[in-house]
Design a protein around this ligand. Structure first.
Ligand SMILES: Nc1nc2c(ncn2[C@@H]2O[C@H](COP(=O)(O)OP(=O)(O)OP(=O)(O)O)[C@@H](O)[C@H]2O)c(=O)[nH]1
Ligand SMILES: [Zn+2]
Length: 205
């Protein structure tokens, strides 16, 4: 994925939309068949009124989830002043637990120390959605967001905190509501407790 900077824009370069990777495509025909089989396995008649379109809706919702396109995630601008801590918080994303294939939501907070390039504000949410739209673990989601922000901005100083609620714990199994908090602290956020505390204060954690 090419870095799109304001310098590139001045030079008249076009934004390149990331191409959907082959592994992100679902087998839609197989999903339709499975949707029908799932209804049968549940003891239902897939041809009864009310269920007739359900395999199609189910296949559509998996396709929408897996084939999510984040759009351009790497627009950067020359920074007016370096060394600022930038935090973006309250980004609500929906993902799917890879153990139970049940949804979980996360409120994501991202911080980084800006170098000579700052990342466009909306790109943090695009990056968070990009990695949420796959079968996931909350801890891996945080690591992947941190990796991507670090790669695009070129800074090792990145922090990501996620607060999530997992339906697999709330609606089945132990059936207990609870919030899981996970955090990734890299660079100065790991090395300096003052910087870490400033970040946690700024995101209201
Ligand atoms: N650490 C972590 N655990 C998760 C996440 N999503 C689901 N889990 C847990 O994955 C575990 C799977 O445990 P198993 O014992 O294999 O499955 P199970 O019998 O369905 O377990 P219960 O959910 O306890 O009924 C459960 O404890 C889930 O709560 C996640 O994002 N991170
Ligand atoms: Zn689960």
């Amino acid at each position: 994925m090419a870095l799109y900077t304001d310098e590139a824009r001045e030079n008249g370069q076009q934004k390149q939309r990331p191409v959907l990777h082959e592994s992100k495509r679902v087998d839609y025909g197989a999903l339709l068949r499975l949707g029908r089989e799932l209804l049968q396995a549940l003891g239902e008649d897939p041809d009864r009124e009310g269920l007739r379109d359900t395999p199609r809706r189910w296949a559509d919702s998996w396709r929408e989830f897996i084939e999510y396109e984040p759009g351009v995630t790497d627009t950067c601008f020359s920074s007016v002043s370096t060394d600022q801590m930038v935090c973006v918080s309250g980004l609500r994303v929906y993902s799917m637990c890879e153990h139970h294939l049940m949804p979980f939501w996360c409120d994501v907070a991202i911080g980084y120390i800006a170098g000579d390039q700052v990342l466009g504000l909306s790109k943090f949410a695009r990056i968070a959605h990009q990695f949420a739209h796959q079968l996931q673990l909350q801890e891996r989601l945080g690591e992947q967001i941190a990796d991507e922000v670090s790669r695009i901005t070129g800074t090792p100083d990145v922090a990501v905190v996620l607060k999530g609620e997992h339906l697999c714990m709330v609606s089945r199994g132990i059936r207990t509501p609870g919030i899981m908090t996970s955090s990734v602290m890299r660079g100065v956020f790991r090395a300096e407790s003052e910087t870490r505390l400033e970040f946690l204060r700024l995101i209201g954690s």
